[in-house]
Design a protein around this ligand. Structure first.
Ligand code: ATP
Ligand code: MG
Length: 352
């Protein structure tokens, strides 16, 4: 197949991990007879420097017509002045919103070779295989905000349609996995959560009778995620709860440098990016872990291009590289680490 992939390297280690990932996609394309065309555009801090805005029109226009978007990371100390009018992260929020990407999928599957890197006891991590689906374009992050000298408000709002679409997306995913969906809310206190729970219950009863549904309050979920992570398959939740729970869940996997994500909407186009940030502390040194970005590229093949076998081959190759203890500095003791390019090459060498 032919696919147009928009590439947004961004800031910090973004350009390094994206540059390491493109050859992996090229190698997969060559093996399976596909043709991927990569077009690079600016987003984040580099876009502010070059164009004065974090999301230039040309970047958004290219993303709208692409089959998929691969993103590195945005932000860094250069653009983090609290008084600054434009910030790199605004570019990311704006492109997700503009493309209608309402579901953020974050798989958490600790790899045996990396268990030592997690602060959680290894025996609790055996066979953990979770996907968190975070609602991405609604809730308190997007509601009206007010501020006076004496108080402040953030409005939390959800519509029935917003809950339905993300629950359907999560339940459809659960159906292809172990058939279990955990919906997280705070329905004992919040009206938006009571709506969330009612809509979820109805959608699951009417459309997904084959998927089991469990409701969890977010506070107890935060505890169970660390005490019995094996009990979960797909977790669906609203924007802010998902933000908090996915950072917590990342600790199950050992390193931020291993976790991929996909932001999806109703259409085929999605944005694929590692869950970590631009890591300014290690940028420019060629030592960043590229696996999270490479695994994000696998998600791109699966979700935007429908290339399941190719996606699985990348995941298997990353897994084999980890089995062979091809570790970057975030996973290996000093002196035993490979660099970004070597780690990516180890994945290419193990592709079938
Ligand atoms: P953001 O606000 O953009 O999410 P952050 O403050 O969460 O950023 P990160 O940029 O994710 O921070 O970095 C957190 C720590 O993890 C840093 O010490 C960074 O060097 C490290 N880190 C992040 N990504 C990687 C990676 N791919 N490889 C190695 N180390 C990484
Ligand atoms: Mg972060």
């Amino acid at each position: 197949m032919h696919a147009d992939i928009v590439v947004l390297p961004g800031d910090g280690i973004g350009p390094e991990i994206v540059a390491a990932t493109l050859p992996v996609l090229q190698a997969v394309a060559a093996r399976h007879g596909h043709e991927f065309r990569f077009t690079e555009h600016d987003i984040g801090g580099i876009a502010i420097d070059r164009h004065g805005v974090p999301l230039p029109d040309a970047t958004l226009a290219a993303a709208r017509t692409a089959d998929a978007v691969l993103l590195g990371a945005v932000g860094g100390p250069k653009w983090s002045d609290p008084k600054a009018k434009v910030r790199p992260e605004q570019g990311l929020l704006a492109i997700r919103k503009a493309l209608g990407l309402f579901a953020n999928l974050r798989p958490v599957k600790p790899h045996a070779a990396a268990l030592d890197a997690s602060p959680i006891k290894p025996e609790l991590l055996q066979d953990v295989d979770i996907v968190v689906v975070r609602e991405l374009t609604g809730g308190i992050y997007f509601g009206d905000k007010t501020r006076s000298d004496t108080d402040a408000t953030d409005l939390c709002r959800y519509s029935v349609a917003e809950v339905e679409r993300v629950v359907r997306r999560a339940a459809t995913l659960a159906r292809t996995r172990r058939g279990h969906l955990t919906s997280v809310d705070k329905a004992n206190v919040l009206e938006t959560s009571r709506l969330w729970r009612d809509v979820t219950t109805r959608v699951m009863r009417d459309e997904f009778a084959d998927v089991t549904l469990e409701h969890q309050l977010v506070d107890s979920m935060a505890m169970h995620l660390l005490s019995k992570p094996r009990a979960y398959d797909v977790i669906v939740t609203e924007n802010m709860f998902g933000d908090i729970l996915t950072d917590e869940a990342s600790m199950l996997a050992g390193s931020l440098g291993l976790l991929a994500s996909a932001s999806l909407g109703e259409g085929k186009v999605g944005i694929y990016e590692p869950i970590h940030g631009s890591a300014p502390d290690i940028a420019g040194r060629g030592i960043a872990n590229p696996y999270a970005t490479i695994l994000s590229a696998a998600m791109l093949l699966r979700h935007s291009l429908g290339l399941e076998a190719e996606a699985a081959s990348i995941e298997a190759a990353v897994s084999a590289a980890l089995d062979a203890r091809v570790f970057t500095a975030d996973l290996a003791p000093a002196g035993q680490a490979v660099d970004t390019t070597q780690a990516a090459q180890a994945v290419i060498d193990r592709l079938r």
